[in-house]
Design a protein. Structure first.
Length: 372
């Protein structure tokens, strides 16, 4: 059972996250017609400029739901087959037997077996869980690097496979969604960003959501502080960054209000048709980038506490920023929360992130936002 929206409890919960060590965060929670917007902390640690609930923010892999929705709209109009092999459309990018075995659905739900390209694009960054060997240096080295998505895809495709096509658990991989962006371009003749903007962002009526056209974020926004597991001390601002390293898999800029509007319309069947939404909500086990097994659909995943209603949405991180947007299955309760620091956990002797007070404070905020 979900309790009514409690502004006092939400004010206290968001302030507790700031007190636990988060420089700044902001959120919007909706319960029917009731809306709470809150913020705590600073957008700039040097000047003390406060965060505000309406700020624009890099939302990371929340972008994947938008990309998935755009692909599925092309499935609805017959241009893409959901269970067709990707080699039918992109034989140059996924050639041979793999191109014939990996389907569009497998890219959407991360069961393609294709590796994450990130460790190969940034040689000094190792994949989870070998975090003890990581270095933050390449973050600075590549702040203004313009990556070619085809080259990034090639890194993931030629890397050792992480599973067999369709096998579970799948492994979360940005390679899948860069391929989906190329698929959109190939079948529509427009860039993936243009297609997602036209078919999803505009369809949802979002006014503050867009893909970046430069390393800087347009409009009022917070600086984004990357700690890299305590190796960057004090955490450094990475809000200015060329997002071509993730492209339409994780580069979108939005607001908490726009994210709630988007997921509300998606779950109401207003972005893709209800039968397509049902496909999005068919989940398989997938190993996340944090090494946890989660249920994952087509660009969408559920979260549910025992005895509580199911929520659907997505989380996302970028260098310095994080976002979680979740909407109850019936659309009646929604939350979108943005934070301006990432990887605040120090590493233990085994290289695993250690508990931090921010973890518990954020979990309490999520519970309060979703359930009261």
């Amino acid at each position: 059972m979900t309790e009514p929206l409690d502004p006092v409890a939400l004010d206290a919960a968001i302030e507790n996250v700031h007190r636990a060590g988060m420089p700044g965060l902001f959120a919007e929670v909706r319960d029917g017609e009731r809306v709470w917007r809150g913020a705590a902390g600073v957008a700039d640690t040097a000047t003390g400029r406060p965060v505000a609930a309406g700020m624009r923010h890099r939302v990371g892999s929340v972008t994947k739901t938008f990309t998935a929705a755009a692909v599925l709209r092309q499935v609805e109009n017959g241009r893409i087959g959901l269970d067709a092999p990707i080699g039918r459309y992109l034989p140059d990018l996924v050639p041979g037997e793999r191109g014939g075995a990996i389907t569009v659905r497998m890219l959407l739900n991360h069961t393609s077996g294709l590796a994450e390209y990130l460790p190969y694009a940034y040689p000094s960054l190792k994949a989870f869980p070998a975090l003890a060997d990581t270095s933050p240096r390449s973050l600075e080295d590549h702040r203004f690097t313009r990556f070619d998505p085809v080259e990034l895809i090639a890194m993931g495709v030629t890397a050792p496979a992480v599973g067999t096509p369709g096998g579970t658990p799948g492994l979360y991989s940005n390679t899948n969604y860069l391929l989906l962006a190329q698929l959109l371009e190939r079948v529509t003749g427009t860039t993936a960003e243009q297609r997602i903007t036209h078919d999803v962002i505009h369809r949802a009526g979002l006014r503050e959501t867009s893909f970046p056209t430069a390393p800087r974020i347009d409009g009022p926004h917070s600086r984004l502080y990357e700690s890299w597991f305590g190796m960057i001390d004090p955490p450094r601002d990475h809000s200015v960054f060329d997002m071509s390293w993730v492209g339409p898999s994780a580069s979108l800029i939005s607001t908490t209000a726009d994210l709630n509007r988007f997921y509300g319309k998606l779950l109401a069947g207003e972005i893709v048709a209800p039968p397509t939404l049902a496909q999005m909500q068919r989940t398989v086990p997938v190993v996340s980038q944090e090494g946890k097994v989660i249920d994952y659909g087509l660009g969408l995943h559920p979260t549910a506490d025992p005895g509580r209603p199911v929520f659907w949405g997505h989380g996302g991180t970028v260098w310095g920023g994080g976002t979680l947007a979740m909407t109850r299955a019936d659309g009646g309760r929604q939350m979108a929360i943005a934070v301006n620091m990432q990887r605040w956990n120090g590493l233990g002797p085994t290289g695993r992130p250690q508990p931090h007070p921010i973890d518990d404070a954020l979990a309490a905020l999520y519970r309060t936002a979703m359930h009261g």
